[in-house]
Design a protein around this ligand. Structure first.
Ligand code: GLU
Length: 476
């Protein structure tokens, strides 16, 4: 995880208030009763647990959170982050974003989020396992991890490893539940996970950008032209999301990643950075400044305001704020992280005509593929298992029939056409479809109601409308 810590500006709102301000802006354009708006906005409950684990000869106490923002649909969904900065305000803001994110991309879940106040680097893997298992036990006692009620996933500081521990602990506690493994998503594939979940959020950022660039009017409004080819990109954060987004955009779409900002500083290369190589360097625990194929500067924050076509904040919240919003020189910002732009900075960017593709849409790829994983878990069968060979046989009949009539196909076409979709193909196709449709819904809202003004407000509008409709149908 990257990002330089920002100096707090006292005029800035807290994270939860910031999300609420953005919510209120969209809600003010809607014809909903104030009581319903309030019901949708408020966080239903936050559970705080303090638990002890005996480690290194003494009892260490840890503080954990699980916040449930909205249960209008269940299970509620959202990651669990491990970070020493975790606090109630942050977890509640993130849980709210999960509610709107799921509604926007039509993933049938409510919103939740969790966190454990811990610096994972302070602990050995076997210690982290014990802490995680104990946290899982505490959550399970209150149904805050449960296949049909509350399904965590990885977030900052957690990965498939922690999800394995959680799933296994839950399965031990509930070994008569045939759906126990659906209690968390983001598991390794060999433990009930799904192909494509690790790359999903970064892949979603790529699909979101591809869809944006399919709409020439939107591209023009951002002061850009053409497609992603040769676009100058700056990425903040080379964690799971930033890494995959940067890798796919540079390797598959021809975008040029000219700067990568991490906690220790920035590396720049105007010819483009080889993302795989840089990641391998960092994975080897080598300092950023020793990466030889780019120029290092310890002032990472300054790089956020450098001229570029696309800025991808993929680290912490609040990185674009009252201190730097007026200096941003990117034409387009795509929020791969949750909440990287504060509400006040958002207004400055809007007034300056900088297009922002909002977090609740841009990083929805993770929860979308989590949804596919959960469906896979409760149906107990891998996607494509029944259809793949049948599809291939049908295609072969067609090709052979046409060939017997003298039609010729290239070897490449033949191979591609005959290759039935496997789980990864299906996951990517489902994610692509989800990202395209959600963007189209956002831009349609903006066309129908130009007063919404920007993509974020329009995204909130679409999400709130969906939730309001849901409440309306159930008579609340
Ligand atoms: N933590 C991710 C997010 O913020 C994924 C959540 C999930 O898959 O449930 O969207």
């Amino acid at each position: 995880m990257a990002a330089s810590k920002t100096k707090t500006n006292t005029d800035e709102l807290g994270f939860r208030e910031s999300v609420e301000l953005m919510f209120n802006r969209a809600a003010s354009y809607m014809d909903l009763s104030p009581a319903l708006i309030e019901k949708i906005r408020v966080c239903n409950a936050t559970y705080i647990v303090r638990f002890g684990v005996k480690l290194r000869g003494e009892i260490k106490t840890f503080v954990g959170y699980r916040s449930v923002h909205s249960e209008h649909r269940e299970p509620v969904k959202g990651g669990i982050r491990y970070s020493s900065h975790v606090n109630q305000d942050e977890v509640e803001a993130l849980a709210a974003l999960m509610t709107y994110k799921c509604a926007l991309v039509e993933v049938p879940f409510g919103g939740s989020k969790g966190g454990l106040c811990i610096n994972p680097k302070d602990w050995e893997p076997d210690e982290l396992e014990r802490i995680t298992r104990r946290f899982t036990f505490e959550l399970s006692r209150r149904d805050l991890i449960h296949p049909s009620l509350n399904v965590p996933a990885p977030d900052m500081g957690t990965s498939a490893r922690e999800m394995s521990w959680m799933a296994d602990e839950y399965r031990r506690l509930h070994n008569d539940n045939i759906d126990a493994m659906a209690c968390v998503t983001g598991k390794p594939v060999h433990l009930g996970g799904i192909e494509g979940r690790v790359e999903a959020t970064g892949r979603g950022v790529q699909y979101a950008l591809r869809e944006f660039f399919r709409h020439a009017d939107d591209v023009k409004a951002a002061g850009l032209r053409g497609d992603l080819e040769d676009k100058i990109v700056i990425v903040q954060g080379l964690g799971n999301v930033g890494f995959h987004a940067a890798k796919f955009l540079s390797e598959e779409d021809g975008a040029k990643i000219v700067a990568v900002i991490e906690r220790e500083g920035v590396v720049r290369n105007p010819d483009g950075i080889d993302i795989e190589k840089l990641k391998a360097h960092l994975n080897d625990r080598q300092p950023l400044k020793e990466y030889r194929e780019a120029e290092f500067d310890e002032d990472g924050r300054a790089a956020l305001t450098e001229k570029c076509d696309i800025l991808i904040p993929a680290a912490l919240e609040g990185q674009i704020n009252l201190n730097n919003a007026h200096k941003i020189r990117a034409k387009l910002i795509i929020e791969a992280a949750n909440g990287p732009v504060t509400a006040k900075a958002d207004k400055i960017l809007r007034d300056r005509g900088i297009t922002v593709i909002p977090d609740m849409y841009a990083n929805a790829g993770g929860v979308t593929v989590s949804y596919f994983e959960w469906v896979k878990n409760i149906s107990h069968i891998r996607f494509g298992r029944m259809q793949r060979r049948a599809e291939e046989a049908k295609n072969r009949h067609l090709i052979e029939a046409l060939e017997s009539e003298g039609v010729k196909f290239s070897d490449e076409f033949r191979a591609e056409y005959l290759d039935g979709a496997d789980e990864l193909d299906l996951v990517r196709a489902g994610l692509d479809d989800t990202m395209r449709l959600a963007y189209q819904n956002i831009r349609q809202a903006l066309i129908d109601k130009p007063e919404l003004e920007d993509l974020r407000t329009a995204a909130f509008y679409v999400a709130i409308k969906d939730i309001a409709l849901h409440y309306d149908s159930i008579g609340l």
